[in-house]
Design a protein around this ligand. Structure first.
Ligand SMILES: [Zn+2]
Length: 413
């Protein structure tokens, strides 16, 4: 097998790896880079038979639109549904790709390749690692992976019952230069949210991602324990509808401790796409919370929002009972270099605002080095190649059999 990392050998995001066996060729992920300085790759001219998408994060699937539409894109069904949700909500073009769905742990064939998707723990739901076999060789691609979320058992299972005879491991290393000290796992985040909202005198806003399902569950559990109502917007309500088709363990808008705040803009999307949303708008109506209700009893609510919620937050700022902002995503977004992230400058300003109680509660979607070491030690790959990291050159200090492959370099196994 021949392998080339087109992009991602020394950056986080924009991952694109090509694996070729004879005349058959596949891509592992086809991500949109997170950095403006990332090298350009001409995806449209790559000669491949299929693309495997590990999970529905932009930096892993974001360039599927550049592919020729007849190239099939393999992805979990829920992951694909969540990608479509974002397109509809953001008024983007519908993806013209030919999607094919796989099931966790069920091997499937693409030409000479045998592929087995392994469901993994990550901040995106429906995330997979892939075992790719051909010519008697076995490649394992970690995708984005961790052990400390709500699906951590999957990671532990992989360590206890490792896949044998791995010739090559592509191992993500997002956390090689970051630490996970403050909140070591999702449970710790849930506890922190609970502590903040338990005796609140004003409303709390949690700033996170509507596609971080683990975090929605943490917020919900904290609310239930504290006797508060979790308010979600229409986008989050629809995401949860998708997830609940697969598992009923996540809260839905019909649950008594959940209410939906219907922003005008998102409501217009529902009206404009009745075929896509079905009867959502009608059902949602019964579970709405009105703005006046939030104003009348703010301490009864936790609002699950985003950076763009700053206007709503503003309304609740006051000296006597500062409004809680629970910042629950990567702190790097607040470093002043994310002007494209709508509302981030306003959230940054709230950190110094006496009318705001700014709290951080987040744990990463990625495994810290110690967990990656446990996985690598269990899999015992003949070659370990860094991907999705800015510290490829450090891998040699932490792992055995490391081969640093640069973008565009070809290697044969
Ligand atoms: Zn990811």
């Amino acid at each position: 097998m021949k392998i080339t990392i087109h992009r991602g050998s020394n950056e986080i995001g924009g991952t694109c790896i090509q694996v070729t066996s004879g005349t058959a060729s596949i891509l592992l992920d086809i991500g949109l880079p997170l950095s403006d300085n990332s090298p350009f790759i001409d995806v449209a001219n790559l000669k491949v038979d299929a693309v495997l998408v590990s999970h529905p994060h932009q930096d892993h699937f974001g360039l599927i639109d550049r592919l020729s539409p007849e190239i099939p894109v393999y992805i979990g069904e829920l992951g694909r549904n969540l990608i479509e949700t974002t397109s509809v909500m953001l008024n983007k073009e519908w993806h013209g790709n030919q999607f094919r769905h796989f099931k966790a742990w069920v091997p499937f064939r693409i030409g000479t390749f045998m592929v087995t998707p392994y469901l993994v723990d990550h901040s995106a739901i429906d995330a997979y690692a892939f075992l790719v076999e051909a010519e008697g060789k076995r490649i394992f691609y970690s995708g984005d992976i961790r052990a400390h979320g709500r699906k951590g058992k999957l990671f532990e299972h992989m360590v206890k019952h490792p896949i044998p005879d791995i010739d090559l491991l592509f191992l993500e290393g997002t956390m090689m230069q970051r630490s996970n000290d403050l909140f070591s796992n999702e449970k710790a985040v849930e506890r922190k949210i609970y502590e903040v909202i338990r005796k609140q005198k004003n409303i709390s806003f949690i700033i996170s991602s509507s596609q971080n399902i683990d975090r929605i569950v943490s917020a919900f559990n904290a609310c239930r324990r504290a006797g508060k109502i979790m308010v979600i917007d229409i986008y989050t309500a629809w995401v949860l509808e998708q997830v609940r088709q697969v598992t009923e363990n996540v809260p839905g808008m019909e649950w008594p401790e959940v209410r939906v705040y219907a922003d005008h803009g998102l409501d217009k999307k529902l009206k404009a796409n009745p075929e896509y949303f079905g009867d959502l708008r009608r059902r949602l109506y019964r579970h709405r919370v009105k703005w006046q209700e939030l104003i009348a009893a703010p301490s009864a609510f936790l609002y699950f929002g985003r950076m763009s919620s700053f206007r709503k937050i503003n309304v609740f700022r006051n000296d006597i009972a500062p409004v809680n902002i629970i910042y629950s995503q990567w702190l790097g977004y607040l470093d002043g270099n994310h002007a494209d992230y709508f509302g981030s400058d306003r959230i940054v300003a709230f950190r110094e605002d006496p009318k705001v109680n700014f709290v951080y509660a987040h744990t990463s979607g990625h495994a810290p080095v110690e967990d990656l070491q446990r996985l690598a030690a269990a899999l015992k790959p003949k070659h370990l190649i860094p991907v999705h990291t800015e510290k490829a050159s450090d891998y040699g200090r932490f792992f055995e059999n490391v081969v640093v492959l640069h973008d565009g370099e070809m290697m044969e196994i």
